[in-house]
Design a protein around this ligand. Sequence first.
Ligand code: ZN
Length: 147
Amino acid sequence: MFLIEGVSCPKGHFTDGNRLSCMVCGAQLGPHLTRYQAARPKLGDLVFDDGRELPLDGSYLIGAAPPSHLGTRTVSLADAGDNHLSIRLDGWTVCVHNLDTTSGTEISYAEGDEFHGLPPGAVVDLHPGMTLRLAGRATITYRGRDS
Ligand SMILES: [Zn+2]
């Protein structure tokens, strides 16, 4: 279990006290809410175009043949580069690290937006509605918290 500091929104969701609004319901957060430590909730899901959904409750290595690391789950994605992306949680933030150097990674910053190339080695914070496209084919969309 990973403990994290946060606040309760007016509806009782445990959320990031450094944001203006609750990550779940969008309720405004005042500056005077009590901060406390609790287990980090699932920060949403990764939704793949092949129908798979992975809970964002830990780190992942994604690719056609990702290496196994202690504490990091691997996700096999045949259409991607061998070790294409790492996705990890940093506090309340979902970070993607582009490990691909050959087959290409693109990102769309909002649903329906065009894709932009992501250079090798780039690190980007993911926000709900953003989509990654690997090797011009497979897509992964970040669906935000619903609880
Ligand atoms: Zn809320």
